[in-house]
Design a protein around this ligand. Structure first.
Ligand code: ZN
Length: 276
């Protein structure tokens, strides 16, 4: 079975041994993962990972949490990374009104500019949104977005907004964090996601799933428990049960969705040869 992680951050410095991480994800069948750079410092790291591991689909963007760090050349640099990195996509970008003390000013402009860039190139964009769903919907209505669609990662909006967002081209990825008992509202929203728009993600090293799904426990240097990308399979199993599907049927559907949104994987054959 071939599994696809729609969203993680393998470049995060809390991952000190990417080779070991990739050996574990190979072991559970992960053939492709979208690795999201969230600021300029991340972008070269993401590109290096993509050069080293064919499973890595490189994604470059400015996340609202780090926008205050942007240099005067950030847009030029982003375009240069996209131009010089094969198969690259855009993300993580978005809006955030949840994080305490995070300035909102400037977020919409940066988000809209990056979304338009994805639209011009018709490449996927991965979007973060916390407590800004009304405004997100308005901006998505008013801004050209990629004809192939875009990803709302860890979708936490309402059940009612799923259909209008899907109409605009949205895909929705389910993180292991939503397996926690208290995330019933988010699970109910996912029940409304059309099967052909459903993706699955770890968001590793963040969004730790419950202990039952944390099959690859690991800690950062400070001893804090982190989320391992190989937990992806446990999330697939959970979503299959939620949707009343056989695991193989869900995996086939997610593979189709992932390829439609993110493009064909040129290295897929070689990855499969390595893992079988
Ligand atoms: Zn993320």
């Amino acid at each position: 079975m071939r599994l696809y992680d729609a969203h993680n951050h393998l470049q995060d410095s809390r991952f000190t041994a990417p080779e070991k991480i990739m050996a574990a994800t190979d072991g559970v069948g992960v053939v492709r993962m979208v690795v999201n750079g969230a600021c300029e410092e991340d972008w070269p790291l993401v590109r290096q990972l993509a050069e080293k591991f064919p499973q890595v689909l490189p994604s470059f963007g400015y996340h609202p949490w780090y926008l205050h760090e942007r240099t005067a050349e950030w847009q030029k640099r982003l375009v240069a990374f996209l131009d010089s990195t094969p198969a690259a996509v855009i993300g993580e970008i978005g809006l955030d009104r949840w994080k305490p003390d995070l300035p909102y000013v400037g977020q919409e402009e940066a988000f809209v500019w990056q979304l338009q860039l994805a639209a011009e190139r018709n490449i996927a964009a991965s979007i973060h949104c916390l407590q800004a769903w009304g405004r997100m919907h308005e901006l998505l209505c008013d801004t050209p977005s990629p004809a192939r669609g875009f990803l709302l990662h860890s979708y936490g909006g309402s059940k009612e907004m799923v259909a209008p967002l899907a109409k605009l081209g949205a895909y929705f990825s389910f993180p292991g964090y939503f397996m926690h008992e208290r995330k019933a509202r988010q699970r109910a929203a996912f029940a409304a996601v059309p099967l052909d728009r459903l993706l699955i993600e770890t968001d590793a090293p963040d969004q730790l799933p419950p202990d039952s799904a944390n099959r690859f426990p690991f800690h950062d240097a400070g001893g804090k428990m982190m989320n391992h990308p190989a937990n992806l399979r446990a999330i697939y199993e959970f979503v299959a049960t939620e949707r009343g599907l056989q695991l193989e049927a869900l995996a086939a559907q997610v593979e189709e969705n992932f390829s439609r949104l993110f493009g064909p994987a040129p290295a897929l054959d070689s990855v499969m040869r390595r893992t079988t």
